[in-house]
Design a protein around this ligand. Structure first.
Ligand code: ATP
Length: 262
């Protein structure tokens, strides 16, 4: 099957000389649910941010469908971001506006500047946004301000906003890092359900090895900016986890129980 995303020899060196990514290469088929794991500072966020061009790569190529994200013009970056829903650890909602309006903001990439700034969303956009909120169990919260919601609910709004973009790809950067275990599972269930049922490809940065093993169809392990593992969850041995995390304690603190179960 043709890939949705091809990353070739991607590198990123920040202005202060930090080499965050070194020759990263992998391709992503439509419908995959990929967890990116690695210790703090491994380059996980930089990788996701290069894919939707929040960060400009220093070298290599990122082909998303027919766009080379690494060399994209401003117009192409807009097209790329429209097809790529981003979910953040801190939710990135507008706190003082309603849940529904936050979700509708996912449509801004499809509107001209005047309609967008005046909030002139079509009836179809509003109906679709309500249906998405219903699917995510947020019908009752629709007209509340975002800051009246719990963290788990706010992250579901983040997912709803990404879905309202009708994306091909969802990039989630540590979407459960601020949530308790129950809310974390709810978010992971929604993301994997969306991937399975809607065929939307997901790439999710995670600190928790257990969550990656439970939900991903493929895991990519990054250590100091390099891919050191790329395989199925069942292939992730304890030795491999040591290679990914080195001496860092993250996986024992946050995901070790999953290995004990395996
Ligand atoms: N804007 C920046 N300028 C300079 N260095 C940066 C910048 N952003 C990230 N870095 C560095 O790049 C490296 C990779 O950071 P990145 O945030 O991508 O890692 P991460 O795996 O997502 O970490 P975490 O899990 O803690 O979020 C780190 O050494 C970080 O300090």
């Amino acid at each position: 099957m043709a890939s949705l995303l091809e990353i070739n020899e991607l590198s990123k060196v920040y202005a202060d000389g930090t080499a965050a990514l070194k020759n990263v290469s992998f391709s992503v088929a439509p419908g995959e649910f990929i967890a990116i794991i690695g210790p703090s500072g491994a380059g996980k966020s930089t990788l996701l941010r290069c894919i939707n061009r929040l960060v400009k790569p220093s070298g290599g190529a990122i082909r998303f469908r027919d766009i080379d994200a690494a060399a994209a013009s401003r117009r192409q970056v807009r097209l790329l971001r429209r097809q790529t829903g981003m979910i953040f650890q801190g939710y990135n909602l507008i706190q003082r506006v309603t849940v529904l309006r936050n979700v509708l903001h996912g449509r801004l990439g499809y509107m001209n500047a005047v309609s967008g700034s005046l909030g002139l969303f079509s009836r179809k956009d509003v109906a679709d946004a309500k249906a998405i909120l219903h699917r995510l169990g947020l019908t009752e919260q629709m007209f509340k301000r975002a800051d009246e919601l719990s963290g788990g609910q706010q992250q579901r709004v983040g997912i709803a906003r990404a879905l309202s973009q009708k994306p091909q790809l969802i990039l989630a950067d540590e979407p459960i890092a601020s949530l308790d275990p129950v809310a974390s599972r709810t978010i992971m269930e929604h993301l994997s359900g969306i991937c399975r049922e809607d065929g939307i490809t997901c790439i999710v940065n995670l600190h928790q090895v257990a969550m990656a093993r439970d939900y991903a169809t493929r895991i990519i392990g990054i250590h100091k900016g390099e891919v050191v593992f790329d395989g199925r969850p069942g292939e992730l041995s304890e030795e491999t986890i040591h290679r990914i995390y080195g001496a860092a304690p993250d996986w024992r603190e946050q995901g070790g129980e999953s290995l004990a179960r395996a």
